[in-house]
Design a protein around this ligand. Sequence first.
Ligand code: V0V
Ligand code: CO
Length: 145
Amino acid sequence: MLTRIDHIGIACFDLDRTVEFYRATYGFEVFHTEINEEQGVREAMLKINETSDGGASYLQLLEPTREDSAVGKWLAKNGEGVHHIAFGTADVDADAGAIRDKGVRVLYDEPRTGSMGSRITFLHPKDCHGVLTELVTAADPSGQH
Ligand code: V0V
Ligand code: CO
C-alpha cells in the first residue's frame, strides 16, 4: 500500500546553488547527501515533514554525474524542474507487482538501491499520464529514513 509522498525529485544543473536557494528562500536544511553511481546522480534530501505511516516526505534535489544519465538527458531536453514523484510503501515488491499486473510498465525487474539505502523502482511516465513515478521502501522497517 502506498502511504505517503516520499519525495519529489527536482532536477538541477548545480546542486550546491540549488540547495542554497532552498535554504535561503524557505529555510529547508539538507538532511542527507549522497552520490548514486548506478542512477548517475548527486543528490540532496531536504526533509519537509514526517508522515502518519512513520516515514517522512522530502524534496530530492538531483544533479547529474554524467550527461547520458536519466537526469542528464532530461535536463538537456527540458531544463531544470520537477523530474519525478515518489510514493512510499512498506513493500515495494508487492506494490510494483500489483501495479505491473494493471498494465503499467515497471522499469526494473527487481528494485534497485535508492537514497539512504532504500529500495526503489520506477513506473514509465508514458503509462502514468506524463509523470515519472517512483516507488520507495525505506531502509529502516519503521519507514523512518
Ligand atoms: C522522459 N520522459 C519523461 C521523463 N523522462 N516524462 C516525464 N517525466 C520524466 N522525468 C518522456 C520523454 O519526454 C519522452 O517523451 C519519453 O518519456 C522517452 O524519454 P527519452 O528522453 O527518450 O528517455 P528514455 O526513454 O531513454 O528514458 C526515460 C526513462 C528514464 C523514464 C525510461 O528516465 C528512466 O529510466 N528513469 C528512471 C530512473 C531515473 O529517473 N533515475 C534518476 C532519479 P516523448 O518526447 O517521446 O513524448 S534517481 C532517484 O530518484 C533516486 C536514486 C532515489 O529516489 O533514491
Ligand atoms: Co527519487
